[in-house]
Design a protein around this ligand. Sequence first.
Ligand code: PHE
Length: 342
Amino acid sequence: MEQIVQQIEAYKQEIAAFQPKTADELEQYRIKFLGTKGLVKALFGEMKSVPNEQKKEFGQILNAFKQLAEGKYEEFQQLKDEGAQAGHELDLTLPAEPHRLGTRHPISILRNKAIRIFERLGFTIAEGPEIEDDWHNFTALNLAENHPARDMQDTFYVNHNPDWLLRTHTSSVQARVMEQGNLPIRIICPGRVYRNETISARAHCFFHQIEGLYIAENVSFADLKQTLYYFVQEMFGKDFKVRFRPSYFPFTEPSAEMDISCLICGGEGCNVCKHTGWVEILGCGMVHPQILENCGIDSKKYTGFAFGIGIERLTMLKYQIKDLRLFSENDLRFLKQFQGTV
Ligand code: PHE
């Protein structure tokens, strides 16, 4: 019996390795293992010479072997039938259709990368509606009606209701989170925003931002700078220069913009950096105390910083893309180039 069991083991290996290339080979297999004079039958014939007390064990081994041999046959028989149904001979050498995996959109790749970096600093994600009301997009953020800075962001209004608009920045989400009043706050708000701009290589009527907000006791401008230095280094490495420029936003005081030396031309001047060698990638500042009060937070006790990063800009720098319109044209030749892992 031991010999027979060894023999079965050898057949099992033969079956496992069996890959018929033609219908003929499959038929040969059937005759060898499963035919009326085949091996399975012959092995069952050995049953009578096995001592009674071993019959049960041997029977189990045989049955398992039979199932294996039949299973393999059916697997390829099915392929053959499918081929016949589809009206062509079975060609088992034909390579399988490769599974085409989609690729991530470059904006998503950069957004996810940015999220991961801020998550490492303890920021969590907050989201809000793209159709906003005037209060959260403007008024709560110190942009009262007729404030000249409203012109900085040409707004799409919703005809249906003059109080509704397409958010011009994700700072509106920050206003919503501040109103909830669960302090300290350490959030990032990724999302799509809309502005009525003429579409060109550098501007579009919609784009994406990640805005950040940190409010706690004793938050300083040094904390803001350190957070943003960390962010750009994690994002782009160390091979470039960074500068902060004083700026103005109604919701922060003091305010700044951060530029990095242009990664596309290496600072020599190109159309992406408007031939200055520098590209602005974000606006930031210390949250204006009036905004904290607008949202019911004690501005004597708490301070905070906020920043807003344009994801398109980051993506253009990272992948040397010179025209923003490519992001929304859905040209597969463009989209397939980006193999993002996050
Ligand atoms: N909300 C500003 C914009 O969209 C960016 C910003 C955010 C600036 C936070 C300062 C602080 O332009």
